[in-house]
Write a protein that binds this ligand. Structure first.
Ligand SMILES: *Cc1c(COP(=O)(O)O)cnc(C)c1O
Length: 363
């Protein structure tokens, strides 16, 4: 691909001396799991987000699982969530013994449609799990209001939205807890797996810290069945480097999105994503109203990489298809979405090449 959908290497080059310094520090410290480096990342991430506690874990998936358990979600409970997300969102709900209840999306935002939540509530509903898909914050005010009215917990899936804001506040700090992923392609990504739980609740933080370390506060004094889900010191050190740049990187993503918006305005058969404040554009995802897969193939022939996030909505996957849900907006989105090359190091030249190619195949 002349313009790959995601290219990690320019960023590595840009950060090289800082990453090398972090590597030397950790390798010579002799401590490679948790420890002072992870504690420093947790302090710095908590300060950045404006939240009381940040807890480093092994992955975004584990952040969801551990946060759900710390919030008291378990066997027999139902959790309202979106079908238009990465599998891990629902998988985490199933892993704690609860059932995901899929509610359709708002076609303008690709996020949970708050209007559809109340009709889906049952006496077993325990929590709502909105996802800030592609870096665009979900409509949190009505979600929080419904949760308050019905005594439900709210866990935000922020895997694609580090630094995104909703009405001026960072996502991951609005509900009872937020789960972040540091998977390398995420907008704050490490160089391996990693994740983080954010919460203002002391009890939830305490449980999450226990659960990530085999359910123990004190080594060999396990109080519950937990996980081996500790963050590595090397990843924490690399993430501390990247945290210092995340605002600049997110700002550059927004600039790339604004340029796409300008160059792709008015192309027939194409619908552009909303350019709203607070969106960090983990992905720049358009809708191709007809024959999306043929457009993607034509772009690939021009050397332009694209991705479909996600081709099958979760309620249509073999794991969940038996639930028989019909969610037309999620199904339509799965047929139409196409994510274009995006990242803080995408050059203006490459961006123009993508826009030209898309205009070309649109005609
Ligand atoms: C990436 C992602 C996850 C899972 O994160 P991992 O770190 O890969 O485990 C969960 N939810 C969403 C929406 C994601 O994009």
């Amino acid at each position: 691909m002349t313009v790959p959908v995601y290219d990690p290497l320019p960023e590595v080059e840009f950060l090289w001396s800082e990453l090398e310094e972090a590597f030397r520090r950790v390798m010579r410290s002799g401590q490679y799991i948790l420890g002072p480096e992870v504690e420093a990342l947790e302090r710095e991430a908590a300060a950045y987000l404006g939240v009381k506690h940040a807890i480093g874990v092994n992955s975004g998936t584990d952040a969801l699982v551990i946060a759900l358990r710390a919030l008291g979600v378990g066997l027999g409970d139902e959790v309202i969530t979106t079908p238009f997300t990465f599998f891990a969102t629902a998988e985490a709900i199933s892993l704690v013994g609860a059932t995901p209840v899929f509610v359709d999306i708002d076609p303008r935002t690709f996020n949970l449609d708050p209007e559809l939540i109340e009709p889906a509530l049952t006496p077993r509903t325990k929590a709502i799990l909105p996802v800030h898909l592609y870096g665009l914050p979900a409509e949190m005010d009505p979600i929080l209001e419904i949760a308050r009215a019905h005594g439900l917990k709210v866990l935000e899936d922020c895997a694609q939205a580090f630094g995104a804001t909703y009405k001026g506040r960072k996502v991951g700090t609005l509900g009872d807890a937020g789960a972040f992923s540091f998977f390398p392609t995420k907008n704050l990504g490490g160089y391996g797996d990693g994740g983080l739980i954010a919460t203002n609740d002391d009890g939830v933080a305490d449980l999450a810290r226990m659960l990530r370390a085999h359910g123990s506060r004190k080594k060999y004094h396990n109080e519950m069945v937990g996980y081996n889900s500790r963050l590595d010191a090397l990843q924490a050190a690399f993430l501390r480097v990247k945290l210092r740049h995340v605002d600049a990187f997110n700002a550059r993503r927004r600039e790339v999105a604004a340029s796409y918006h300008q160059f792709l305005q008015g192309v027939p058969g194409l619908a552009l994503p909303p350019l709203v404040e607070g969106h960090v554009f983990h992905q720049y995802t358009v809708r191709i109203l007809e024959r999306r897969d043929r457009v993607a193939e034509a772009l690939a022939r021009e050397g332009v990489g694209t991705m479909v996030y996600y081709p099958v909505p979760l309620h249509r996957l073999p794991v969940y298809a038996h639930m028989g849900a019909a969610l037309p907006e999620a199904e339509r989105a799965a047929r139409e979405v196409l994510s274009l090359p995006m990242g803080p190091f995408l050059s203006e030249e490459d961006l123009l090449r993508v826009a030209d190619a898309l205009r070309g195949v649109g005609q």
